[in-house]
Design a protein around this ligand. Structure first.
Ligand code: SF4
Ligand code: SF4
Length: 386
C-alpha cells in the first residue's frame, strides 16, 4: 500500500447537516471472548482509552434522542461483557428508542434474555462464524462457541424475540452456504444476513485468507436465490439478505448512505464517528466527553469533512455518477490508494482500481490454509506498538 496522506484538517468545509442522526450505534466495549479474523474493531483496540461509564452512556443516549435518533444498537466487542447492559437497554427504551442487541451469544443465558425482555429490548442479532462446528470454533477461537450459539438462538426464539442471524461469509464458509441457510431455517430465524466479508481492519489484514473467488461468490448468490424461491413457495417468511463484497463490484457503495447523514457511532472510549471504521483515517474525531453531540454532529471537523462534494478530487469531481455513490468509502480509499480524498478504488474509473483487480487475482491462487491473524489482545498490542 502506498504511504497514507497526512491529516488535512485545515480544509474543513462548514457544511451543516440537513438531518439529525437517526441511527446511534453504541460500541459499549472492545472486550470480546472471541477472536474473529474479520472483526471490524480497530487493529489497535487494546490500546484505546477507558470505557464510558453507565452515566456517560445514558447521557449520550439522551442527547442523541433529543436530536432525533430513533434506533439504538448495542454492539462491541461483545456488549454482554458490560454488566450494566440491562440498565442501558432499559434507559434506551425509556427514552423511546427502538433497541437492538448485536451479540456473539457468548455470555448469554436464559435469565439474561428474560432480563433484556423485561428491560424492553426489541431485537436480538446473533452472529455465527460458520455452519460447521469445527470451522466455527476455529475462527471464533473457542471450543464451546458453536453449541452456545445454537442454544442461545433457540432460547431467543423460545422467549418470543424476532431474531436476526448473521453469518459473515468468506473463503472458509461460503461453499457451505446451503447448510448455513438450512441451519437458519432450523433455528427459525426471521432475518438472515449473509454478509460477505468487507475488507477493513482485521479482515483487511486477512484478505488473502478470506476473500472468496468470483466463482465461489456467484455460486453462493445463485444458491441463496434458489433458497429464497423455495422457501417463499413453502410459505416460510424467513428473509435472506445477501451482501456482496465491494471487491467484486465496478462501482462503490454510497458509504453509510452519506457521511454524517444518518449514522452515528460512539466507540467504547467515547470517540464519535460517522462510520465504525472511520477511526483508521488521519482525522482527529471528537469525543463525547469533551463536546456535546449536537456540536459533534453539526460543527466538528470530523463530521463535516466529507459532507457534500467539495472535498472530491478527479475523477469523482466531474463524474456524472457522483450523486449515486458520493465517491464511495473513505476508509477504502485510504487503505488502498493511501489518500482518504481519492475515489474508492472499487470504482473502475479510479486510477487505483488495479489494487482491486490484484486482490481478485490473489483470491484465485490462495487457499484456506493461508495464515490468519486472529483478533485478540496480544495481536492488537503488536499493532498498537506499530
Ligand atoms: S467480530 Fe468476533 S471478535 Fe469481533 S467483536 Fe464480534 S464476536 Fe468479537
Ligand atoms: S469516479 Fe468517483 S463518483 Fe464517479 S462512479 Fe467512481 S467513485 Fe463514484
Amino acid at each position: 500500500m502506498p504511504e497514507p496522506t497526512g491529516p488535512k484538517q485545515s480544509a474543513a468545509p462548514a457544511v451543516a447537516p440537513q438531518s439529525p442522526p437517526l441511527w446511534l450505534l453504541a460500541e459499549l466495549t472492545y472486550k470480546c471472548p472471541l477472536q474473529c479474523p474479520y472483526c471490524s474493531n480497530p487493529l489497535d483496540f487494546a490500546d484505546h482509552g477507558e470505557e464510558l461509564t453507565t452515566e456517560q452512556w445514558i447521557d449520550v443516549f439522551r442527547q442523541a434522542r433529543k436530536m432525533g435518533a430513533a434506533q439504538l444498537g448495542f454492539s462491541g466487542g461483545e456488549p454482554l461483557v458490560r454488566r450494566d447492559l440491562e440498565q442501558l437497554i432499559a434507559e434506551g427504551r425509556k427514552l423511546g428508542y427502538y433497541t437492538n442487541l448485536i451479540t456473539s451469544g457468548i455470555g448469554l443465558n436464559a435469565d439474561r434474555i428474560a432480563a433484556f425482555r423485561e428491560a424492553g429490548l426489541d431485537h436480538i442479532q446473533i452472529s455465527f462464524q460458520a455452519s460447521d462446528e469445527t470451522v466455527n470454533n476455529m475462527l471464533a477461537g473457542s471450543d464451546k462457541a458453536f453449541q452456545q450459539k445454537l442454544k442461545m438462538a433457540r432460547e431467543v426464539k423460545a422467549q418470543g424475540y424476532p431474531m436476526v442471524l448473521n453469518f459473515v461469509t468468506h473463503k472458509h464458509n461460503i461453499d457451505r452456504i446451503d447448510r448455513i441457510i438450512e441451519l437458519c431455517v432450523e433455528l427459525e430465524a426471521d432475518f438472515v444476513e449473509l454478509a460477505t466479508c468487507q475488507y477493513y481492519g482485521w479482515a483487511y489484514e486477512n484478505k488473502e485468507s478470506l476473500l472468496p473467488t468470483r466463482a465461489q461468490l456467484e455460486r453462493a448468490e445463485r444458491i441463496t436465490n434458489e433458497y429464497r424461491d423455495k422457501l417463499a413457495a413453502a410459505g416460510n417468511p424467513i428473509k435472506l439478505i445477501f451482501v456482496t463484497p465491494d471487491y467484486y463490484e465496478e462501482r462503490p457503495k454510497k458509504c453509510m448512505n452519506g457521511w454524517g447523514e444518518i449514522f452515528l457511532t460512539v466507540t467504547p472510549d467515547g470517540t464519535a464517528l460517522p462510520c465504525h471504521s472511520a477511526r483508521m483515517l488521519p482525522i482527529e474525531f471528537p469525543n463525547v466527553k469533551d463536546s456535546s453531540l449536537q456540536h459533534i454532529w453539526r460543527d466538528s471537523f470530523g463530521f463535516n469533512h466529507f459532507r457534500g462534494d467539495d472535498w472530491m478530487q478527479e475523477p469523482c469531481r466531474s463524474c456524472d455518477e457522483k450523486e449515486l455513490d458520493l465517491g464511495g468509502c473513505r476508509c477504502q480509499a485510504y487503505m488502498l490508494a493511501g489518500d482518504m480524498n481519492a475515489a474508492d478504488p472499487v470504482c473502475s474509473k479510479s486510477p487505483h482500481h488495479q489494487t482491486i483487480l490484484d486482490a481478485r487475482a490473489a483470491a484465485e491462487n490462495s487457499g484456506e490454509d493461508s495464515p490468519i491473524t486472529f483478533r485478540n489482545e496480544r495481536n492488537s498490542r503488536v499493532f498498537a506498538r506499530g
